[in-house]
Design a protein around this ligand. Structure first.
Ligand SMILES: [Zn+2]
Length: 750
């Protein structure tokens, strides 16, 4: 422990991402160096980690209560990953065996049986990594049964190293962000090797990360090949957990039975354009366990084993001297059935592991035909407090044109934008494009290009064109100094049966290889401070923002419909996303059809609607793509934009905090949401809307628990004089609010 603490003091002080390149890390600790586990540590967690930072503020007497560490038992037979909120214990005999996974907030034990640490198929043979055999009862597991187990894995535990957490990406923050510091925690690597002749020279590491202040463990597996030959890596299950069943039923199959709610899984291998993780996931597989013969389900179909692996990755050549890393599995323990609380935990996870998603520039989605329009847009941004211009689809900017003249032209425009303090970005389409029969994805069933592409057509990112595309984009950004990349859309998971594409060998590795190429581009951008809008779930690999979740053609509907629909989209889109992770849409000019009743231009004629649409998004903390040639047409319009942007910047911290859902818009009565931030000067900010054609007065109950306020709260309407409200035992306040017809208001809670 001393060693860990000393190093913490030495290196914890440099936390900004910009300073982290080349930063030294703690030399690794081996088993004997680990602090010794004591029963004094093993206490139920008191408090609420979701009332942010209540544990880590000095003077609370609870400093360090949720600090992550790896412990060993005094006899060095077991190790424990522990941060006050989660405890995950491993026996090191007869092999490394995870036998305990406990949520310290509610006492829930998640494991019912022991399983291998991982499983790897090499050259067509599946091998277990760690774990042990001999468990006869699989409904639950008692630690004293460890002595009856025997090692049976091909890869067996050899040694371990513990150290400080290293950031996955060396993000370079540039603009405003709610969180610029990197997450703290510890890492644990367990080394495995095999005595089997077929596995000579092949070693496996199982990596764990445990974060401070959140019941979150990240796990991945790496393989090193020093066998002297190329081996084919097939299915790699980097997590296998014998999880307690959520429910029992005498009949019923895996797909009908509910799975364990106490653990949330997310990997960095997700896509499909749904704008939600659970549907985008490509890796989580809930399986039955036929060795669990005492389960209630007569035919043993209870889904009670969680396995993590990408379904369509079946054969990757790992050359001698090479190494391979699996997907990263994030495991977040959930202590509730409450939808809001569950969502808050997931949103907190993103702030922790992907802080770049808290960056949230205000941008104009410019549609330009010439350079003068770009300069005008830059000037309008500077004159209103906007922070960026993105040259949207349909603009005259081509990021793939790397001719000297094009690069010089956009370098000049970027310089001009930067001279005004404005960031500049561009748009590039990848998915749904057709390039050529040689470069498009080849359908494995027919051998023909594009027959099974997700969007109808798609180039292969591993084709000659695809590799060139990546190189051209990097060249453009490097040469011009552009700050923002809008990638529509990322690689959507299309497999490709071509055996001629230079970026992958064939069908078996085509999805993995393209995914790696896509992630590589985003890592490259992330480390250079290039902000990325991308409509798919690449947030854990460096993209900053994804679409909120909307139907594009709705922006051709009348504005009064759009207002309600936008608020529904905000309400629905922010259960498991933070405001800054999401973008909405406001068509200033015609978009997807629709007549004058749908668009805002001429802006001066629709100031009330323009203001309301801005307030809905800014009031949600969600940046919208304000798409058109300009932000204002008259001085009056400009002042209206300035008024909203100034308001947003005044409340920027709280508006970027998570929302609590109050009432979903339905056009029949008030609707709204509330931002909460227990550590901010403003603890809560409530946005309320009235869609009715007459003013209304309503008693509204505000659930202020996550503001951290108890006893009383100071609540003011708009910028008016606040009043003190007594809170009930659930930290709720009841306020009476009058809302103007077809208008809005806000409440400030301190
Ligand atoms: Zn291909």
């Amino acid at each position: 422990m001393k060693h860990l603490l000393l190093t913490c003091c030495l290196y914890f002080c440099t936390t900004a991402y910009g300073q982290s390149l080349g930063e030294p890390y703690q030399p690794s600790s081996s088993l004997g160096d680990l602090p010794i586990w004591t029963s004094a540590l093993d206490q139920p967690y008191q408090g609420d980690w979701l009332v942010q930072s209540s544990d880590n503020r000095t003077g609370t007497g609870r400093e360090g209560a949720t600090k992550a560490a790896v412990y060993r038992t005094a006899d060095s037979k077991q190790i424990i990953l522990f941060n006050g909120l989660v405890r995950r214990s491993f026996s090191l005999l007869p092999d490394a065996v995870c036998f305990d996974y406990r949520n310290m907030s509610n006492g829930q034990q998640l494991l019912r049986s022991v399983k291998p640490e991982a499983s790897i198929t090499l050259d067509g043979v599946e091998y277990a990594v760690g774990g042990a055999a001999g468990e006869s009862e699989n409904a639950y597991f008692l630690p004293e049964w460890l002595q009856d187990l025997h090692a049976n894995a091909a890869f067996q535990y050899q040694s371990l190293e513990a150290g400080l957490l290293k950031p996955y990406l060396l993000w370079k923050p540039v603009g405003w962000a709610a969180r610029k510091t990197r997450a703290m925690g510890i890492s644990l690597t367990m080394h495995y090797a095999s005595v089997l002749r077929a596995l000579k020279g092949i070693s496996v590491d199982v990596h764990y990360e445990l974060y401070d202040g959140i019941p979150l463990i990240v796990k991945w597996v790496s393989i090193d090949n020093k066998s002297g030959r190329t081996v084919k890596v097939g299915r790699l299950k980097n997590e296998i957990l014998g999880v307690v069943e959520e429910e029992s039923a005498v009949v019923g199959k895996e797909d009908k039975l509910t799975v364990q709610h106490g653990i949330y899984f997310e990997t960095n291998y997700a896509f499909n354009n749904s704008m939600r993780y659970d549907i985008s996931d490509q890796t989580l597989h809930w399986q039955a366990d036929t060795s669990y013969t005492s389960q209630v389900n007569y035919d043993l179909h209870t889904p009670c084993v969680a396995e993590v692996y990408p379904e369509k990755v079946t054969g990757i050549d790992l050359v001698n001297g090479g190494s391979f890393n699996s997907v990263r599995t994030h495991e977040l323990l959930i202590d509730t059935y409450d939808r809001e609380r569950r969502g808050l935990a997931i949103r907190h996870m993103y702030r922790t592991v992907a802080p770049w998603t808290t960056e949230n520039p205000i941008f104009l989605h410019l549609v330009s035909q010439n350079d003068d329009q770009v300069r005008t847009a830059v000037e309008q941004c500077a004159a209103t407090g906007y922070e960026a211009v993105i040259l949207s689809f349909g603009s005259h900017c081509n990021l793939e044109d790397t001719s000297a003249a094009n690069l010089r032209r956009w370098r000049d425009l970027a310089d001009y934008a930067h001279s005004k303090g404005i960031r500049i970005g561009g748009y590039s389409l990848f998915s749904s494009r057709r390039i050529s029969d040689e470069d498009d994805v080849i359908d494995p069933a027919t051998g023909l290009p594009d027959k099974a592409a997700f969007f109808g057509h798609a180039p292969c990112l591993g084709s000659k064109w695809g590799l060139g595309y990546l190189a051209r984009l990097k060249k453009f950004f490097t040469a011009t100094g552009f700050d923002i990349f809008e990638n529509d859309g990322p690689y959507p998971g299309d497999v490709c049966a071509s055996t001629k594409h230079p970026g992958h060998k064939g069908l078996d590795d085509s999805q993995w290889a393209q995914m790696e190429l896509q992630k590589g581009l985003y890592h490259w951008c992330n480390q250079r401070g290039i902000y990325i809008n991308a409509p798919d779930w690449y947030l854990l690999d460096g993209t900053n923002k994804i679409a909120l979740g909307y139907r594009e053609v709705n922006f051709s509907l009348p504005r009064d419909h759009q207002m309600i629909l936008n608020r529904q989209n905000i309400f629905d889109g922010l259960w498991e996303k933070t405001p800054s992770m999401s973008w909405g849409f406001v068509p200033l000019t015609k978009y997807q059809g629709g007549g004058p009743e749908a668009i805002l231009e001429p802006l001066q004629d629709h100031l009330k609607d323009y203001e309301q649409l801005m307030m809905q998004y800014y009031g949600a903390g969600v940046q919208a793509c304000y798409r058109g040639p300009r932000l204002y047409d008259t001085e009056e319009t400009r002042l209206r934009v300035v008024q909203v942007v100034d308001w947003y910047k005044r409340y920027r911290d709280i508006l970027n905090a998570d929302i609590i859902h109050l009432r979903r818009a339905d056009g029949r009565d008030w609707d709204g949401w509330m931002h909460v931030n227990a550590v901010g000067a403003v603890k809560g900010l409530v946005l309320l809307f009235n869609p009715l054609k007459q003013p209304i007065t309503r008693k509204i109950r505000l659930p202020l628990y996550y503001t951290g306020l108890t006893g009383q709260a100071s609540i003011g309407q708009r910028e008016g004089t606040p009043q003190l409200y007594k809170l009930n035992g659930l930290s709720e306040a009841e306020v009476t609010v009058t809302l103007p017809a077809e208008g809005y208001t806000w409440l400030v809670v301190k």
